[in-house]
Structure formats: structure tokens, C-alpha cells
Design a protein around this ligand. Structure first.
Ligand code: PLP
Length: 239
């Protein structure tokens, strides 16, 4: 399976349908739109180009060197690049220089380094904080208890704009459990906004669960395989 306009179109249709099913009363500070982020890790630049021709302009990448290579190949296109992978502190400078958004920040030190490295001539880097909502020991992300302090600290950094929260919930076939985790994320965001923050983004929902995520308040869904097909074996070494 590879990229096809039909896959992209059907994801877009599903997003629209899920939007009509949600309870907008619970969704704070939001204009109602859901952003589709096409997750293109391990996909070739050629596939991204095809998706772009089909109208997709926002792409999420996990592996820095792979992403930078594609950015060079696709420099003629107007793409908004999101970094969604784990962030090592020695990679913060190229990330701050080459992306518009970073999902998955979960430490103050990383946020400080991103802010320091963001070039003055670029707008602030848009940030989501990763929350470990399932409490799995292996997951990155802050716990809900640690969240408020981190939000306060990061809000003061000059070259970052804290937009909201991101999560990767525990994989599960139990729809009720998935829904519960997305709901908890929405509650966390709403609670922060009651504390006078103005966060407008919930980055949650992947190929297997984005409809539920949207119903529970997602504003950005990160979708890879439903658009591009099953991922090939990773084409670059870990970076
Ligand atoms: C790979 C990845 C996705 C997309 O996963 P699919 O199941 O292919 O839609 C979304 N978010 C993150 C953080 C990822 O690493």
C-alpha cells in the first residue's frame, strides 16, 4: 500500500464526521477545526510530494536526520513541519531551527534549550507538552500531577508558544478505555485554562483511534498509516 488520494480523502471525511459527533460544550477555546497532521516518518520524500499535491500541507516527522533530508528535497514546497518524536537534548538546536511545531516536550530543560536555539527571525516555536495519561512506566510524558508546574515554567520562555497538550494513550481495543484517556486529557486542558492559561490545542488520535479522539476534543490528529499505508522498515538509523 502506498499514498493514495483516496486514503487521504477518506481520512478527511472521517474527521469531518467525527467533528459533528462531539460535544462542543466541553471543548474550550477552540474554533471547531481539527488539523490533520500527516505522519510521514519512514515515507519517502516522493510520497510526501504526492500528498502535498493532494492538498496536505502539514507533516509530522519523528527522526531528525530523516526529516532534515526530506526538508532539503522538498524545499520548493510550502510545508509546515512538526517534530513529533522523542527529543534528545543534543538535538534541540536543529529542531528549533527547522520545525514550526514540537509535540512531545516533557522536560523544562528541553524547552529551555529549544527556546534558546530558536532563531530570532523566526516566530516562536509552537509547543505541546506530552502527558503520560496511561501511567505506563515505559512512556515518556509528564504525569498529570507534574503538569501545572511545567506549564507555568514553560509559559515564561520567550521563543516558545505553549499551545497545549499531546498524548499517546495506551494501545487498546477497548474503546471505553481509549475514550476515558482522551477525556482525561480534555479535562487537564480545561483545568489549565481555568488557571488563566489560554491553551487551544489537544494533539491526540492516531490511525487506530482518531475518531474517538476527535469526539473527545482532539484539535490535531497525527495520522500515518491510514494515509500512507503500513510503514516500511525504518529507512534511517536511529537519530
Ligand atoms: C507514528 C506516530 C503517529 C502515527 O501513527 P499511525 O498509527 O501510523 O497513524 C502519531 N504520533 C506519533 C507520536 C507517532 O510516533
Amino acid at each position: 500500500m502506498s499514498f493514495s488520494t483516496e486514503h487521504l480523502q477518506s481520512v478527511q471525511d472521517d474527521i469531518e464526521e467525527a467533528v459533528t459527533k462531539r460535544d462542543t460544550q466541553n471543548i474550550v477555546n477552540h474554533n471547531g477545526n481539527v488539523t490533520l497532521l500527516a505522519v510521514s516518518k519512514t515515507q519517502t520524500a516522493e510520497k510526501l510530494r504526492k500528498a502535498h499535491e493532494a492538498g496536505q500541507t502539514k507533516f509530522g516527522e519523528n527522526y531528525l536526520q530523516e526529516a532534515l533530508n526530506k526538508q532539503v528535497e522538498l524545499t520548493d514546497l510550502n510545508i509546515e513541519w512538526h517534530f513529533i518524536g522523542p527529543i534528545q537534548s543534543n538535538k534541540t538546536q536543529p529542531i528549533a531551527q527547522n520545525f514550526s511545531w514540537v509535540h512531545g516536550v516533557d522536560r523544562l530543560k528541553i524547552a529551555q534549550r529549544l527556546s534558546d536555539a530558536r532563531p530570532a527571525e523566526l516566530p516562536p516555536l509552537q509547543i505541546c507538552l506530552q502527558v503520560n495519561i496511561s501511567g505506563e512506566a515505559s512512556k515518556s510524558g509528564v504525569t498529570p500531577n507534574e503538569l501545572l508546574d511545567l506549564v507555568k515554567a514553560i509559559s515564561t520562555l520567550p521563543k516558545l508558544t505553549l499551545r497545549g497538550l499531546m498524548t499517546i494513550p495506551e494501545p487498546s481495543n477497548d474503546e471505553a478505555l481509549q475514550r476515558q484517556q482522551f477525556k482525561q486529557m480534555r479535562d487537564l486542558l480545561n483545568d489549565l485554562n481555568k488557571q488563566a492559561f489560554a491553551l487551544d490545542t489537544l494533539s491526540m488520535g492516531m490511525s487506530s483511534d482518531y475518531k474517538i479522539a476527535i469526539e473527545e476534543g482532539a484539535t490535531i490528529v497525527r495520522i500515518g498509516s491510514a494515509i500512507f499505508g503500513a510503514r516500511p522498515v525504518k529507512i534511517t538509523p536511529e537519530n
